[in-house]
Unconditional design. Structure first.
Length: 578
């Protein structure tokens, strides 16, 4: 025995990835390596007290999750044990060997049958539904491995493990179907077809939606040093993204961050439904003080639950905070198994394991004759030591994902949040999503965004000159570029997560706000040509109104009024210049 690693003899009949029970307390473990009759087991609980001679029993089944009514609003640990239920039964400390069912066996759910007896059903077809929360209707589907004729089905109140329907397959064998399915976490749930992502996941965060968008069904990573705001960015994505379901995985992070989620989310209102955001959220907490081996399981548990809701035709977001802690767990187990280490001690299979996780994202045609469309977006935080993004976890992740939101400590220290560096970050979905933005927001969306990015890049070049010769040596037009870029940074990119009017910005407001800033720049250029002084332009009182405009609740009325004030003040400047 070595920490969470236990080696047991006499396990010849067991299989790789079987769940086992270790010792008198029946600790939960998983076989991760086999040599003859010796099995290497990673135990998902504290192993203190386990010793030679203790009995190890294989369950004969892989690590699986229970999928059915009761997932929403719930909070689980890394191996899908319900934390609230364990707290009520056993108190604030997790007792060794607890084995609570993931879904409540006592609660009754109102099942409404939608399929008729005698119907020929295939895998993924809907038999009926359960209204789990006010905003989530859970489809009860034919499991992926079954197809046949529906022999019986009836509406009514059922427990999750009660039989609600019977299906007869082609060989005449009858299969009972309950409200609950089980699925191995390491195997991706099947779909009919994978589609190219063509619709953005709208987050309400201006720097993301405008400059570095992620598609529904896309992948993204958020690397950044300590204190740069990774967790707040992910909280914002979980709160405001226009997805139907959010699965938030706290993998190896501090417990107080999950506490913040539990306190904040019930009080937040979903802008699309008007209901609490917890009505569409599943939380998985495997904090830094929990057993390290369970971090790996928590990632797979979360994405399997997400795939289940994707198969119903929902848009789902999986938010993992953070994959670095998962990678550290891989490194620890690899070291205890005495495997050949790769870069910085991480196992050689680090990249392939990361790819297995992110490749389960995507926009798909789900199983079922109705060919419904579902999307699963995967967003992972990366916590590189010392903020060095050249370390293996970040570099391996960047080779896989399509969106990179690079957080920078210097921006965070200047109180610029989200602290996403607009020069280092990128989105490979930007061109693919251009048509959607043009058709659903405004024809000039991409031209406006490209012009703003051009001004920010020009600002970086001019700042190098300013460091050498000072701002007074610049031409008036270049000084105006600096002023416009500052306005883009402070009045558009900078966002306050704790201010109601600024925490979330709809796309039409984003377009109007950026357009107003660029309009001021264009009009100021004309005023310069007419002899206005660039310093006087910078000191105009309307600049303060533009700065406050991002928090405006009624921008459709206020923004045109600001535009008129800009025209009046610039006209007054040009008249005085003559």
């Amino acid at each position: 025995m070595s920490g969470p690693l236990v080696i047991a003899e006499g396990m010849r009949e067991a299989n790789m990835f079987d769940v086992v029970r270790v010792g008198d307390k029946q600790l939960i473990g998983e076989i991760i390596e086999m040599h003859g009759d010796r099995a290497s087991i990673q135990v998902y609980e504290e192993t203190a007290g386990i010793g030679r001679g203790d009995r190890v029993v294989s369950t004969g089944a892989p690590l699986s999750v229970e999928l059915g009514p009761g997932l929403m609003t719930n909070m689980y640990d890394g191996i899908q044990r319900p934390l609230e239920t364990m707290y009520q039964k056993y108190g604030p400390n997790i007792t060794k060997g607890i084995s609570e069912p993931s879904l409540d066996r006592e609660r009754l759910w109102a099942f409404v049958a939608t399929a008729a007896v005698g119907a020929a059903l295939e895998a993924g077809d809907e038999i009926g539904y359960v209204q789990e929360t006010k905003v989530v209707r859970q489809r009860i589907m034919v499991p992926p491995s079954l197809r046949g004729t529906l022999v019986s089905v009836s509406s009514g109140d059922y427990h999750v493990n009660d039989t609600v329907a019977v299906l007869r397959d082609e060989k005449g064998k009858e299969h009972e179907i309950s409200l609950m399915q089980k699925w191995p976490v390491r195997i991706a749930r099947p779909s009919r077809e994978k589609l190219p992502p063509a619709e953005p996941m709208i987050t309400g965060q201006r720097v993301i939606d405008a400059f570095f968008p992620i598609a529904k069904g896309g992948t993204a990573c958020v690397p950044g040093p300590f204190g740069s705001g990774k967790t707040v960015v992910q909280h914002q994505l979980a709160k405001w993204s226009d997805v139907d379901i959010v699965v938030y995985i706290g993998c190896g992070e501090r417990g107080n961050e999950m506490t913040d989620v539990l306190r904040e989310f019930p009080e937040l209102t979903d802008p699309r439904t008007g209901e609490s955001i917890m009505q569409r959220t599943v939380l998985i907490a495997n904090t830094s003080d929990m057993p390290v081996a369970a971090r790996e399981a928590s990632i797979y548990t979360g994405i399997t639950i997400a795939e289940y809701f994707r198969d119903m035709g929902y848009a789902v977001a999986v938010i993992a905070d953070s994959t670095s802690r998962w990678a550290e767990a891989l490194r620890e187990m690899s070291g205890r198994l005495e495997e050949m280490p790769g870069d910085e001690g991480y196992p050689a299979y680090l990249t392939s394991r990361l790819a297995q996780f992110y490749e389960r994202a995507g926009k798909v045609v789900c199983l079922g004759s109705d060919r419904r469309i579902g999307a699963l977006s995967a967003i992972g935080a990366v916590s590189p030591q010392g903020g060095d993004i050249s370390e293996p976890v970040t570099q391996s992740t960047l080779r896989i994902v399509k969106v990179f939101w690079g957080l920078e400590a210097s921006l965070a220290y200047r109180r610029h949040f989200p602290a996403i560096n607009w020069l280092n970050s990128y989105s490979l979905y930007k061109d693919r999503l251009e048509e959607w933005y043009q058709g659903n927001v405004a024809e000039g969306w991409m031209a406006q965004v490209n012009e703003a990015m051009g001004l920010l890049q020009k600002e970086t070049e001019l700042e190098e000159i300013v460091k050498l010769v000072g701002v007074d040596a610049l031409a008036a037009s270049d000084r105006l570029v600096l002023e416009a870029a500052r306005s883009i940074r402070e009045d558009f990119l900078q966002q306050n997560a704790f201010e109601d009017g600024d925490s979330y910005t709809a796309l039409d407001k984003q377009y109007a706000l950026l357009g107003m800033i660029l309009s001021f720049y264009h009009k100021a250029l004309l005023a310069l040509d007419k002899g206005a002084d660039v310093q006087r332009i910078s000191d105009l009182s309307v600049r303060e109104r533009i700065g406050r405009a991002k928090s405006s609740e009624n921008f459709r009325i206020e923004y045109p009024d600001i535009e008129r004030e800009v025209d009046e003040q610039l006209a007054a400047l040009t008249e005085r210049s003559y």
